[in-house]
Write a protein that binds this ligand. Structure first.
Ligand SMILES: [Zn+2]
Length: 411
């Protein structure tokens, strides 16, 4: 008996070894297996029925028909889309240094807002400068389950309001670039915004910091005195232009008086400027977005410009902005690309926004609801649509952090 066990032990080990090499994964080793979903992973050109296997914090496999016997937990994503976790390229999730803006900005944790929208990474748009970044890191970035990255403001104190944010003497390209090189995993670029003068020095200083640190410039375009044509000419491939579809009277619109895209905008798109929505509480208008989209200016990112006032008005969440573009005629695949791989490329993070094995398992599972829905812009103008995206589940680094309908819960 004992002899036969030892005799067979070799065969048993050989069988499991064979199984391991055949599947690459030993029985019951998968922590979470997402089955039957429609996987959309633009970076890897995946668009179809696939299963996704997660072990610990990592994605280990995306393939058809991974056996359930290999998994400890199975999520049935039938009739749902499985995508990389979304990246919000333009948020404001720091309050430590705000004075002038304190009333408008959120003091919630990013996690309270992100996961229910399928977002696993946010990029703060220069709420902190080099002087306030350590506090931002300590109070928010290090305490959030959401991956929080940042554009650093060229103004040393960040978004402190006027007049301190407009103090050109406090815009230091060298110190700003040193902060970037100190935190290369977190700081992805330099932001210039909320400058109202005619002076181009802030732009050149921000540009210089970008050159030192080899990162892109995010231009928030609160620069009414800078002509749009000249701004776009000065911007370089890879720089980011936000509040793209904005018709506010105090800034220049991307459309001319006949509703046509300005030449400078077309040229900017051609040279590789990244166009971000930057919806916010006052920066997104259907009467710009619809004609711009018809003329081919689709967004490269759905930055929410998140703050309290935008959360509770037309913007609501980034996934609602994605639904707006879906109903304005963008394909679902293009919408998912602009929420995942496209913004990951904009911040030079090839480890994000895709489902390649070895990456952290940041995943969104979404449904496309059919019905009659209203979508509102920041002038309280409405369009009707027949589809709305809904976040069924969000997984951040292998952990289920949002589960709307209890896909992972037991009966
Ligand atoms: Zn902003």
């Amino acid at each position: 008996m004992l002899f036969s066990f030892f005799k067979n032990k070799g065969r048993i080990i050989a069988f499991f070894a064979m199984l391991f090499f055949a599947t690459g994964i030993a029985a019951q080793e998968i922590d979470i297996l997402i089955k039957n979903g429609h996987v959309v992973d633009p970076k890897n050109s995946i668009d179809g029925k696939f299963d996704v296997a997660i072990i610990g914090k990592k994605i280990v496999k995306v393939a058809p028909n991974i056996p359930v016997s290999e998994a400890k937990k199975v999520i049935d994503a039938k009739d749902m889309y499985v995508t990389p976790g979304f990246i919000d390229l333009h948020t404001h999730v720091f309050v430590g240094s705000n004075q002038g803006f304190a009333d408008g900005f959120s003091s919630l944790s990013p996690d309270d807002i992100t996961f229910k929208a399928g977002i696993t990474t946010v990029v703060d748009a220069g709420t902190s400068g080099w002087r306030s970044f350590p506090l931002f890191k300590k109070n928010i970035i290090d305490r959030s389950s959401t991956r929080v990255l940042a554009f650093i403001n060229i103004a040393g104190g960040g978004m402190t309001g006027y007049p301190s944010e407009e103090n050109i003497d406090d815009m230091d390209p060298v110190t700003t670039s040193l902060a970037i090189t100190e935190y290369p995993e977190i700081i992805v670029g330099v932001k210039l915004g909320h400058f109202r003068g005619k002076e181009w020095t802030p732009f050149y200083k921000a540009r210089e910091a970008c050159n030192f640190a080899k990162v892109p410039l995010l231009l928030e375009c609160h620069l009414p005195e800078y002509p749009l044509d000249e701004l776009l000419k000065q911007m370089r491939k890879g720089d980011i232009f936000t509040h793209t579809y904005c018709a506010a009277s105090d800034r220049e619109c991307i459309l001319d008086e006949n509703g046509k895209l300005k030449n400078s905008v077309i040229q900017a798109k051609d040279k590789g400027i990244v166009f971000d929505v930057g919806h916010g509480g006052g920066m997104f208008h259907f009467d710009v977005a619809i004609p711009a989209l018809q003329q081919g200016l689709t967004p490269d990112a759905f930055g929410s410009d998140l703050h309290r006032s935008s959360m509770n008005s037309g913007m609501r969440s980034m996934i609602e902005t994605m639904s707006k573009f879906l109903n304005m005629g963008m394909s679902l695949g293009a919408v998912i690309d602009a929420a995942t791989w496209s913004p990951a490329q904009a911040i030079n993070r090839s480890d994000l926004g895709n489902l390649s094995p070895g990456n952290e398992a940041d995943i969104a599972i979404i449904s496309v609801r059919k019905g009659n829905f209203g979508f509102v812009d920041t002038k309280n103008k409405k369009i009707q649509g027949d589809r709305r995206l809904e976040t069924e589940m969000t997984i951040r680094a292998g952990r289920i952090v949002w589960d709307l309908n209890g896909l992972a819960a037991s009966n």
